[in-house]
Write a protein that binds this ligand. Structure first.
Ligand code: ADP
Ligand code: MG
Length: 501
């Protein structure tokens, strides 16, 4: 059925004109890897980018996180490789974690063709990395800093990749790598195919694309929506001192698998991961001040299901692909709309459903509106369930769990022992109470701003907005100069940024 010559006919009889991987004419070995990876159908960015990249054209590709951009460039680029001597492909990624992730993925696609891949990043030995490249790597996946070091010190005299890919370009911008990137390109051959992939397209990235790409095809799969439709987005309005209670209650109430909680500072990451661990969650922090080995072990932990709740800063967690993240929490509202898009893109990946939950205080409401309008997304307001509500739903779940529980042989032994002193009903009550202890709902009965008060706050915000040019007048201004709230001036923003990872 997968024979190429029957393919056209197949398509003609298919009611919907669904895209297939067969139609690209990729090499047989690559088609095998695609099947092996379990990909049934190309994603929209893949459908559009693969044929154009195969033609050898420069491409700027924009699509939400989790939509398969790696394969969108990886498959056609590997397909086009001549596999003669020397490095043919250079992929530049913002972080070590991403470099490893992309390299693993490219290795999978090129395995059957015998493609050799090397990663190059700071923190491990130059000699080893250069040795591996010189011993016949065909793909190099690198972070900007180390790559620039290597090129500027002329440590790789015959480095002439014919295809260069900038992956997650917006993140490189955010991490301050733009100058490095510009310099790297002075060491690369003029004659090359250049591809740039990004989830968002801030102005400096558009300008970079103009400088380093030649007559590129622009592919954008964002349909005016910067966020993935599979992600349900909610926000809860709380008082500043309720953040911890709110997050714990929501973790108790939601049906979660893996969860990422985003914080704005490293200190907040440390504090919150300790708080969550203390109340019994299997939580770990991830931020840029941690040692590389520690970070890798946390990332492995969450990937392998050994950790349920990852508490992280933006930069530390960006772009890392973790399967089955059911929820993303914004413990604080992010600094800018792009971060919001990136954060929530950690869930709802590869066509799965996800939920993104943001905690805001009334003072942050303006910020929320700004993100909403800039991102063009729908966020639903919701109230945090009360302790009573959560208990009720947990009880229903407990009933279902007990009904569905299989009985082990050892259970008889324990029951026989108990039967000597208690009757069956007593034993059952004790057992159920034991289960209840394990799912105890923590915190006060109600959390968050009550409907009536919220209504008043919203009305007064509305009045302030109508007040015309009087931005941040009235209560907002008082608040914003009082606390350590965010400010809008760019210098302050930059200061905040440099603190967050
Ligand atoms: P992005 O770079 O757009 O954020 P990735 O390239 O990291 O996304 O891909 C996200 C996940 O989707 C990866 O686990 C990848 O293996 C998977 N994936 C990619 N393409 C497909 C496809 N066509 N079908 C199913 N899964 C896919
Ligand atoms: Mg990616």
């Amino acid at each position: 059925m997968n024979e190429e010559n029957t393919n056209t006919q197949e398509n003609a009889t298919t009611p919907e004109d669904l895209p297939t991987f067969e139609e690209f004419g990729l090499k047989r070995e690559i088609m095998q890897s695609i099947r092996y990876a379990g990909f049934k159908m190309p994603s929209p960015i893949q459908s559009q980018a693969i044929p154009i990249i195969m033609e050898g054209r420069d491409v700027v590709g924009q699509a939400h996180t989790g939509t398969g951009k790696t394969a969108a460039f990886g498959l056609p680029v590997i397909n086009n490789m001549t596999l003669n001597d020397g490095v043919e492909v250079l992929v530049i990624t913002p972080t070590r974690e991403l470099a490893n992730q992309v390299s693993d993925e490219l290795f999978k696609y090129g395995k059957k063709l015998g493609v050799r891949t090397v990663t190059v990043y700071g923190g491990s030995s130059y000699g080893r990395q250069i040795g591996l490249i010189e011993r016949g790597a065909q793909i190099v996946v690198a972070t900007p800093g180390r790559l620039m070091d290597i090129l500027s010190r002329d440590m790789l005299p015959n480095f002439t990749p014919s295809t260069v890919i900038l992956d997650e370009a917006d993140e490189m911008l955010d991490m301050g790598f733009l100058d490095d990137i510009n310099e790297i390109f002075t060491y690369l051959p003029q004659e090359r195919q250049t591809l740039l992939f990004s989830a968002t397209m801030p102005q400096p990235i558009k300008e970079l694309a103009k400088r380093i790409l030649v007559d590129p095809a622009f592919i954008s799969i964002t349909k005016g929506e910067a966020t993935n439709q599979d992600i349900a987005q909610q926000y809860y309005v709380i008082d500043e001192n309720e953040r911890d209670d709110a997050i714990i209650r929501l973790l108790d109430a939601e049906e979660t698998s893996k969860v990422i909680v985003f914080c704005r500072t490293k200190r907040e990451v440390d504090r919150l991961s300790n708080v969550l661990s203390a109340v019994g969650y299997n939580a770990k922090g991830l931020h840029g001040d941690m040692e590389q080995r520690q970070r890798e072990s946390v990332i492995r932990g969450i990937k392998d299901n050994a950790i349920d709740v990852l508490v992280a800063t933006d930069v530390a967690a960006r772009g890392i692909h973790i399967d089955d993240v059911s929820h993303v929490f914004n413990f604080h509202i992010p600094f800018d709309p792009e971060s919001y898009v990136h954060r929530i893109g950690r869930t709802g990946r590869a066509g799965q459903k996800g939920k993104a939950i943001t905690l805001v205080t009334p003072i942050e409401f303006k910020e929320l509106q700004r993100i909403k309008s800039k991102v063009g997304t729908t966020m639903e307001h919701a109230y945090i369930p009360s302790k009573r509500d959560v208990k009720a739903s947990q009880m229903n779940k407990m009933i279902a769990d007990i009904e569905g529980q299989t009985v082990y042989d050892e259970a008889h032994t324990v029951l026989d022992a108990l039967n000597e002193d208690y009757d069956q009903a007593q034993i059952a009550y004790k057992l159920i109470s034991l289960l209840m202890d394990r799912t105890s709902v923590k915190g006060p009965n109600t959390i968050g701003i009550a409907p009536q008060r919220l209504e008043k706050i919203l009305q007064s915000l509305e009045r302030n907005n109508r007040g015309g040019g009087n931005r941040g007048g009235g209560r907002n201004r008082r608040h914003s100069s009082g606390g350590n709230r965010r400010h809008n001036s760019s210098s302050n923003r930059n200061r905040n940024r440099s603190h967050r990872d």
